[in-house]
Design a protein around this ligand. Structure first.
Ligand SMILES: Cc1ncc(COP(=O)(O)O)c(C=O)c1O
Length: 397
């Protein structure tokens, strides 16, 4: 089928919950994608920060094929070796002591919210069940996580929303201090706000949040769904700020392209959920965990976090150097390979489309902001190729 034929079929039969482009990719390898009409692209989006190990990494493909040929799913009524091994690997490489496996970022956050309320039942007075999140945050699309999301455009149409969520401006410790009263049991934040505009907090913010949570005896939940697993130049976003959350969540890059999410916890938060409290039929099944173990080993063994730091700096330097000749470039924000290219005019749609015509996939996050989030296996040559196409496009728009 051609791009147009696939788009027409989708249009007829798939619910219109997405504003899709009439473009269907049919093959991927590393940072390259090919569409149904045979055109090749350099991918600077990675399926929205998902394929950190690149498209179809041979070790991930091999693990999926091997596991699919022996056993895919038996349910959590039984022991699952790949799940136990993945949990061990995650805990050995993070501050976590225990893991719950889900199938997506929203589900991982849903688990974190339930965990916090359950923990509060064991450690806090009855009125303390509230969760404070940030304005401009994004935590998912289930009813609880879309309510945790501090953006009315996502949750207002679905009122009545679950109670017990409050919002504060991000990067404002005084506002957080005022909000964390005796009705609150947890603070939930992204270490870098991703979907909401690639917003990096001030150096002291997250250490201040940690201190406040300790003083008020509330849990600090970090949503690392987008920042985790090397994307920001460290394995986990929290490592930039020298703090440890009580609970953090992962998804996106965890399965190397295969759906899997995780809620990880330490201390008394790690044992708050008890048998019967939470579950998922598919969560942590053999196939998803085999894919994730392979992806995580690639991320660790090939130091993809280190590569993200180096390539992120290369992209940042290259973009900032364009400012002299391309006044549309006004700045760059983000960390590692989670970058926001700030434009001086609301032309992100035109730049995104111009790049696509030239064979480069980037993503408009706002009218004046583009997201650059390539696979973490990006090479220097690929970074320079992407910069070249961006430069040509920025000069043409
Ligand atoms: C920080 C963050 N949390 C949660 C989610 C939701 O993840 P999912 O779409 O896998 O449910 C996203 C998705 O973009 C995200 O960026």
């Amino acid at each position: 089928m051609t791009n147009a034929e696939i788009a027409a079929l989708t249009d007829e039969y798939v619910m219109k919950t997405y504003g899709r482009l009439p473009l269907a990719f049919v093959r991927g390898e590393g940072c390259r994608l090919w569409d149904a009409d045979g055109k090749a692209y350099l991918d600077i989006l990675a399926g929205i920060s998902v394929v950190g190990t690149g498209h179809c990494h041979p070790r991930v493909v091999e693990a999926i094929c091997r596991q699919a040929g022996s056993l895919m799913h038996t349910s959590n009524l039984f022991q699952i070796e790949p799940q136990a091994r993945l949990a061990e690997l995650l805990c050995q490489n993070s501050c976590a002591e225990k893991v719950f496996f889900a199938n997506s970022g929203a589900e991982a956050n849903e688990a974190a919210i339930k965990l916090a309320r359950k923990w509060a039942g064991q450690h806090k007075p009855e009125q303390a069940r509230g969760i404070v999140t940030a304005l401009h945050s994004f935590h998912g699309r289930t009813l609880a996580t879309v309510t945790a999301t501090g953006q009315e455009k996502y949750n207002k149409p679905f009122a009545p929303l679950p109670p017990g969520f409050g919002y504060v401006p991000y990067n404002d410790l005084d506002a957080l201090s005022a909000a964390v009263d005796d009705r609150v049991c947890a603070v939930m934040l992204e270490p870098i706000i991703a979907e909401g505009g690639i917003l990096v907090p001030d150096e002291a913010y997250l250490a201040g949040v940690r201190e406040l949570c300790d003083q008020r005896h509330v849990l600090l939940i970090l949503d690392e769904v987008q920042t985790g697993l090397g994307r920001t130049g460290k394995l986990f976003g929290y490592q930039h700020w020298g703090i440890e959350p009580d609970v953090f969540t992962l998804a996106k890059a965890l399965g190397g392209g295969f759906p899997i999410g995780a809620c990880l916890a330490r201390g008394d938060a790690a044992t708050a959920l008890e048998p019967g409290n939470h579950a998922s039929t598919f969560g942590g099944n053999h196939l998803a965990c085999a894919a994730a173990e392979a992806a995580l080993r690639v991320i660790l063994e090939d130091d993809l976090a280190g590569n993200a730091a180096i390539m992120g700096q290369r992209l940042r330097d290259g973009l900032l150097a364009m400012r002299a000749e391309a006044p549309l470039v006004s700045g760059v924000r983000g960390r590692g390979l989670l970058l926001g290219l700030e434009l001086s005019a609301p032309k992100a749609t035109e730049v995104e489309a111009g790049c696509r015509e030239r064979g480069l996939i980037v993503n408009k996050l706002a009218d004046d902001l583009l997201r650059l989030a390539p696979p973490l296996v990006l090479t220097a040559d690929e970074a320079d190729e992407g910069l070249g196409i961006l430069r040509e496009t920025l000069l043409a728009v």
